[in-house]
Design a protein around this ligand. Sequence first.
Ligand SMILES: [Zn+2]
Length: 93
Amino acid sequence: MLMIKRLMTQHMPGMLTCEEVDSFIFEFNEGSLSYYESLKFKLHLSMCSECRDYVSKYKDTIRVSQAEFIKANKIANVPEDLMQAILKSRKTK
Ligand SMILES: [Zn+2]
């Protein structure tokens, strides 16, 4: 997979390679790329369907894991007395 990517993408001035897109993806998603870097990133995505897929999958993964994290935290934040009440009501049934 990575081998094919390397063969497919020759480095051009002012253009990111697929490998560079891969290494910038975290910063891009965080919005911490410079204006020029994010422009190059978007330019690459507009021309490379492989990286477009990759970025959208990356974003999906982040979204799902954040949702899971929030869910897990909410469960962990249930007050102790409420948790006891829930456990008690389950036992009586
Ligand atoms: Zn690419």
